[in-house]
Design a protein around this ligand. Sequence first.
Ligand SMILES: [Zn+2]
Length: 239
Amino acid sequence: MEQAGLLWKLQALVQEVYTLQNKEGLRPLAAHLKDLQENIKNGEEESRKLLREVTALEKMILAQEESINKQMEAVKNGKDKLYSSKGGSLKELLSQQQALAKMEAEVQKTENAYWETQKRMEDLKAADKQTKEIIKTLKLQYNEGVKKYNAEKNHLEIKIAELQLKQDEVKEKLKPETLKLFVDKEKLFPINPVAVLKGGFCTGCHISIPSHLALHIREGKEFYSCDNCGRILINNLNS
Ligand SMILES: [Zn+2]
């Protein structure tokens, strides 16, 4: 029965579309793009955080510079006072010298802190530079991924459109009532509305078919459905 063969062919085309639509092809690519997007977002967040820290350190450096200048000014005044002092007692001189030495130690301490802050700021700037390089690389990868995804998607769409054209060709050859039967059963069994009578069994549900029904199906004058699952049953096409 030619119509049965056409139904079988139509089902094969429907299954091919189904396989393509559910193919893993696009899913890993989409997941990869999502990961990249997430990493870019995190990288940008990290970079903003680093820059905020750099700004805070810049302010700190300015304050430290100011404080060094003030302390040095105080040391200078102390020295001037010490060198120009006349007639003071030895005790007073010693006390002035001690105060001066203390002030100089303070300057040294502030300078050390200043250089430490500078170093920390340079480290943060370097870290930010590195983060930005990583973001750049991730963005390149993302753009490449989008291209690949779109190419794969177009490829799939073209293939599916081709299969749908083939389906239309088969549908045109089907009698209207046969096509209606297929369409109705397809709603119940989207990928296999047609089963085959094989060795007395329905290939859809694997239940044995009563002999009188099997006889009708083998005659192939009209279409019958499986009593058990309801799929269209056609005779084994190879027998
Ligand atoms: Zn069945």
